[in-house]
Design a protein around this ligand. Structure first.
Ligand code: GLC
Length: 546
């Protein structure tokens, strides 16, 4: 197998998000590494994914799990060497799997030599690489993101006796994008990795690159101009490589990140994700249809990235205050499940470990317009550890087997970078890859199946969507269409059996073929099409005129 030549590969991808540190430890030091990850590529290929998104693996003091970078052009020694990375990359490519790496443009670690120089004196040549101020009162219109830990976006530097700007932790000073030397340097960093052969970048925290007085310092035209310039360079020198935006914004503010197909190829759909959880609890399709109606059209070459969970808290920034209260109430009863404006839990515990709800949510993830991302461990229903600090509770070691350290590492359990889950419900003896491989009905086997079905047609990645609005609002139904392929998706988002009548007159004469079992359902006639559905059940039907 090798990589497809398709320039629109990102539209057909199924992405697996993984942190090298959490996945597999090859040298027994208690920390996952690139050799370990490379050894698990067969597992990922079998799962059926065709892209991997790696969290930051660069040298870092690890005060924000690697999003605090102290050297952009090498590999953290705990994870291996640049050679190990290259071998892993080659191994992925051989299996037809593309690799998306993280590019943290907005800020560095305060341990980065650039910042060390910048803070060393007011007239250091690198002084202007960061955003300095004599006062902490500039840019007052800017919100604080890590509200649980930070009081201000300014921090006092005792060495150069002035304040520096930071949108995240105070140990993550923001780079100054008004400085052309910074822009050039960060392009050089990207080029370094593109030349090694990475396929794409997830560009971290892109709304915040530029600051201007009197604004929110988010989504500024100057920021978009910088991003467009990076895209132009990528297209020119590395055609076919892809840029994915992390811009946690409302749909209207997200839209400019696609430009006219000349900025990002993809952006996460942050507002949709919490509304899927909301719809499920309310047993009503409305939160989902409403946000999809507000979702603007994007250029044909672009794509949304959809996800249920990731390495961060389930963010509730893109919901109203009332919606947030509701989400906290129903999904995060205990305070220790909350962090900043979000919920720090994994998919299975959020859904009460209910297999039907886990399947339904994955069914929607894989059939709504966009490219789905699976967060490592969610394919086997791993749990979380809310007693670990920050977001570490959703970053515990991958559970491979019921044996020593869950098959993650041969180290002393006490020396692991994080304790494994041990409880009888989610612990590694109960939830692991090896035992799920043994049965056709495990969640893992089911995930393999749904990924296969999703990838059997391009309609899910590239097709149009049209919502049907049956009277029964507990049912979410939509038609995906591409060329002469038409797929009808029907989801019962409620906990009880439902009957639904769908207006399918437009498809009169077609038969419905259920895509998992390939069984034929009655032909569409003049009458409303009646379906009955069990609790949390969903159907994918291919429409065929035979
Ligand atoms: C992004 C990352 C998050 C990190 C932050 C600061 O939001 O997803 O994990 O803490 O950027 O780099």
């Amino acid at each position: 197998m090798s990589l497809t030549q398709d320039a629109l590969w990102h539209k057909d991808a199924v992405i697996y998000q993984v942190h090298v540190r959490t996945f597999s430890d090859s040298n027994g030091d208690g920390v996952g590494d690139f050799q370990g990850l490379a050894q698990r590529l067969d597992y990922l290929q079998e799962l059926g994914i065709n892209a991997i998104w790696l969290m930051p693996f660069f040298p870092s003091p690890l005060r924000d799990d690697g999003y605090d970078i102290s050297d952009y052009e090498s590999v953290h020694p705990a994870y291996g060497t640049l050679e190990d990375f290259k071998k892993f990359l080659a191994g992925a490519h051989e299996r037809g799997i593309r690799v998306i790496i993280e590019m943290v443009l907005n800020h560095t670690s305060d341990q980065h030599p650039w910042f060390q120089e910048s803070r060393s004196s007011q007239n250091n040549p690198r002084r202007d690489w960061y955003v300095w101020s004599e006062t902490d009162t500039r840019y007052r219109g800017t919100r604080i993101i890590f509200v649980d830990t930070e009081m201000s976006n300014w921090a006092w530097d005792p060495i150069s006796k002035s304040y520096y700007w930071h949108r995240f932790f105070s140990h993550q000073p923001d780079l100054n994008y008004d400085n052309p030397a910074v822009r050039e340097q960060m392009w050089n960093v990207m080029k370094f990795w593109l030349e090694i052969g990475v396929d794409a970048f997830r560009l971290d925290a892109v709304p915040y690159l530029v600051e201007r007085e009197g604004t929110s310092c988010e989504n500024l035209p100057e920021t978009h101009a910088i991003l467009k310039e990076l895209r132009r360079k990528v297209d020119q020198e590395f055609p076919g490589r892809m840029l994915l935006a992390e811009a946690n914004q409302w749909p209207a503010d997200l839209r400019p990140y696609f430009g006219d197909g000349d900025e990002f190829h993809m952006a996460f759909h942050f507002p949709l994700m919490p509304r899927m959880f909301m719809g499920l609890k309310l047993e009503d399709r409305k939160p989902i249809t409403e946000i999809m109606q507000q979702t603007p059209e994007i250029p044909a070459s672009c794509q949304w990235c959809l996800f249920l969970r990731n390495h961060d808290e389930l963010t509730l920034e893109m919901v109203t205050d009332m919606e947030r209260d509701y989400m906290y109430d129903v999904y995060a009863g205990s305070k220790s499940m909350r962090l900043n404006l979000g919920i720090r839990r994994r998919l299975a515990p959020l859904l009460d470990n209910d297999r039907r709800r886990i399947e339904l949510m994955n069914g929607m993830l894989m059939s709504l317009p966009g490219t789905p991302i699976i967060y490592y461990g969610d394919e086997i229903g791993m749990g979380d550890n809310i007693y670990l600090g920050d977001r570490n509770g959703v970053r515990t070691p991958m559970q491979w087997s019921g044996g020593w350290n869950g098959g993650f590492s041969s180290a002393d359990p006490e020396s692991l970078y994080s304790p494994l889950l041990l409880n009888p419900v989610y612990g590694y003896q109960a939830v692991n890859v090896l035992s799920q491989k043994r049965t056709e009905h495990s969640l893992l086997s089911w995930m393999q199946r749904i990924i296969r079905v999703r990838r059997s047609t391009r309609v899910f990645g590239a097709g149009s969507i049209e919502f049907l609005y049956p009277a029964n609002h507990r049912v979410l139904a939509y038609v995906r269409q591409l060329g002469n392929e038409t797929v009808l998706v029907v989801n019962n988002v409620s906990s009880s059996a439902q009957a639904v009548e769908l207006d399918l007159r437009r498809y009169k004469g077609n038969i419905l073929i259920e895509m998992f079992g390939r069984n034929i359902f009655p032909r569409v006639g003049d009458l409303p099409y009646l379906l009955t559905m069990g609790p949390y059940q969903f159907y994918w039907f291919r429409l065929r005129r035979i």
